[in-house]
Design a protein around this ligand. Structure first.
Ligand code: NAD
Ligand code: UD1
Length: 333
């Protein structure tokens, strides 16, 4: 099929581009490079051994989108393009509503003009907010506690209304848990801007000596070892989840929300231990007070993805750490 990936040079989009291309799909990428590098395209082409059409453009540019959709005879769009920093979304909420909600509206308008009605959307487990129960299923109440999460929820709601207004649409919103890891080649991975906020990129930078130690945000939670527990999912499993969702949107009209997680929580100390094994070195760490806005533990109920998409995550924490380390080592060469 002809598939447009908005934000396709980013962390998750680039890994999905590999999986889709290797399955024989024709992938077109649109990205404004606000959080990615053009060099990712060359690495993508190296891995897939294919030339991928690329447009440096913004999803809010509806005219440009119409051109890209028609020029490449796009049949399905996967909408990764978005801003994802929780802290930045608190400082600059308008930027987040404009990009994440405005960008989604612009994209849908262009799709309507071009009569394309199949869409897969990058949502986030952050739409659930503070867990009322665990594991978190898709019926869990929706109460995001940060602006970033609210933009994701609003985008989902727009899609839900759209499908009611026109049942020919087929939309799947995938709620990702904590994606980490990298492509096995070591050529693609996550490249954070500035000092990382998230655990895995921070650990990677401590391992190569760019940062002196990891700050462990709290070791007094009521969790297995006192540190926060999360549902880390390998980015290649996530990418394969998009392939499964592609098959689904092709056959099933309507709107569905589906968790993509492993269903297995891992603690900060477990991640450090696995990473130390991968990198064969010790990660210096200092226990700090809890980070404001952090949850002690959350993880997915991953049954719906299995039932509807026939997909489940296969790769374990060690594989996630091995691939993250390989990518980090390559980056620092
Ligand atoms: P990323 O920042 O690596 O990739 C997003 C890409 O979109 C970047 O290449 C960026 O340049 C591009 N982009 C942003 N705004 C754009 C715009 N207006 N027009 C065109 N391109 C634009 O992020 P990622 O980790 O790959 O995440 C992809 C999607 O998944 C995002 O929507 C994010 O909110 C969502 N998500 C990510 C996580 C995570 O932990 N990584 C978790 C849940 C959901
Ligand atoms: C964060 C975002 C969430 C987003 C997710 C993407 C916040 C409040 N939440 O979630 O919206 O969807 O990233 O993956 O920012 N930790 C440390 N030291 C660090 C970094 C993290 O101890 O330097 C701990 C955290 O306290 C947490 C765990 O590691 O227990 C994971 O943190 P992180 O990778 O930031 O992910 P989330 O907190 O789940």
């Amino acid at each position: 099929m002809n598939i447009l990936l908005t934000g396709g040079l980013g962390f998750i989009g680039s890994h999905t581009a590999v999986v889709l291309s290797q399955q024989g799909h024709q992938v077109t990428i649109l990205d404004n490079l606000c959080n990615s590098q053009i060099g990712v395209l060359a690495n993508l082409e190296k891995i897939t051994n294919q030339k991928l059409p690329f447009y440096e453009a913004d999803v809010r540019d509806t005219q440009m989108l119409c051109k890209v959709l028609s020029e490449n005879q796009i049949e399905v769009v996967i909408h990764f393009a978005g801003l994802k920093s929780v802290s930045e979304s608190a400082q600059d909420p308008l930027k987040y509503y404009d990009n994440n909600v405005g960008g989604t509206i612009g994209l849908i308008e262009a799709m309507q003009v071009q009569k394309i009605n199949k869409l897969i959307f990058s949502s986030s487990a952050t739409v659930y907010g503070i867990p009322h129960y665990l594991p978190c299923d898709e019926d869990h109440p929706l109460a995001p506690i940060n602006t970033y999460g609210k933009t994701k929820l609003q985008a989902e709601e727009i899609m839900r209304d759209l499908v009611v207004s026109d049942p020919a649409w087929s939309i799947v919103a995938l709620r990702y848990f904590n994606p980490i890891g990298a492509h096995e080649s070591g050529l693609l991975g996550e490249v954070p801007n500035g000092v990382p906020n998230n655990l895995m990129p921070y650990v990677c930078q401590v391992a190569i000596g760019k940062l002196p130690h990891l700050n462990v945000f709290g070791d007094d939670y009521e969790t297995k070892d006192g540190t926060g527990e999360r549902d880390y999912i390998h980015v290649m499993d996530l990418a394969e989840g998009h392939l499964a969702a592609l098959n689904y949107v092709n056959h099933c009209p309507g709107f569905e929300v589906i968790n993509l997680g492993t269903g297995i929580p891992c603690s900060v100390y477990e991640v450090i231990a696995a990473f130390e094994k991968s990198a064969r070195r010790t990660i210096a760490k200092k226990v700090q007070p809890r980070r404001s806005g952090d949850l002690p533990i959350y993880f997915a109920k991953a049954d719906k993805a299995k039932q509807l998409l026939g997909w489940s995550a296969k790769r374990d924490l060690q594989t996630m750490c091995d691939s993250s380390w390989k990518f980090q080592e390559n980056l620092s060469k």
